[in-house]
Design a protein around this ligand. Structure first.
Ligand code: SF4
Length: 232
């Protein structure tokens, strides 16, 4: 039986992006193919406890939590959910049959895997990883291929830190504008952490907003809400 490393399944309120404020059930996969310097998710690094779960087990937990909490959607998060695309393909029909919308939260790199499950998901929340923010390598080619798979279902998010360069932000805006200029495009100032990353200065945020809004029609600034609320 096909299993996947699941770190946790829980119900909460979405704290980022287009569906911020919506009650959702979250399935968090362990493991990620990237290593961003602002990552606040132990599950991504395999440092957290996880269990190998079958699709049937996961679906049972999801439906129970969704029914009890009247959640309308299920967010697949991580880590990187697309590392488990076969598992998602097994899980999706039961979740959809129960009337729940399936949302995918992804780092926006694994475009071949997205191709395999694009018909199963209703919403794709994809990152564009700016090399100057993540401290990692560039994924411009992969992000462009990824966004082109299902642009009508996708919204984009870029995390901005005090090391983000305007040149990187301009590239991300150009990538989005070339495919879908009315894509919801979220600028997310990094959540400050003691001894860790810091958000950009206000003047940078203003420049970033002005540049993006001149080329994309649906630009929003939205910090992560959960650290502000002090909840998961
Ligand atoms: S892609 Fe997301 S989960 Fe993976 S390392 Fe980066 S921030 Fe963490």
């Amino acid at each position: 039986m096909l299993k996947a490393p699941v770190s946790e399944i829980f119900c909460s309120v979405q704290g980022e992006g287009l569906y911020c404020g919506q009650k959702q059930v979250f399935l968090r996969f362990a493991g990620c193919n990237l290593s961003c310097k602002f990552c606040d998710e132990p599950a991504a690094r395999g440092g957290d406890a996880f269990m190998e779960m079958s699709g049937a087990q996961a679906a049972m937990d999801i439906l129970r939590l969704a029914g009890k909490n009247r959640a309308a959607a299920v967010s697949l998060t991580g880590g990187e959910p697309l590392l488990n695309w076969k598992f998602i393909k097994c899980l999706a029909p039961g979740v959809k049959k129960a009337g729940l919308a399936l949302h995918l939260e992804t780092n926006g790199v694994l475009y071949r895997e997205l191709e395999r499950i694009k018909g199963e998901v209703a919403v794709i929340a994809a990152d564009i990883k700016l090399p100057s923010s993540t401290g990692g390598k560039a994924f411009w080619y992969e992000h462009a291929r990824f966004f082109a798979v299902a642009p009508e279902k996708t919204f984009l998010k870029v995390v901005l830190t005090d090391s983000t360069s305007l040149a990187d932000l301009k590239k991300a805006v150009a990538l989005a504008a070339a495919i879908r200029p009315d894509v919801p495009f979220f600028l997310q100032p990094a959540t400050p952490r003691p001894g860790g990353v810091r958000p950009p200065k206000g003047i940078f945020m203003k420049k970033a907003c002005c540049w993006a809004a001149a080329r994309l029609s649906r630009v929003k600034v939205l910090p992560q809400q959960h650290p502000i609320w002090g909840v998961k």
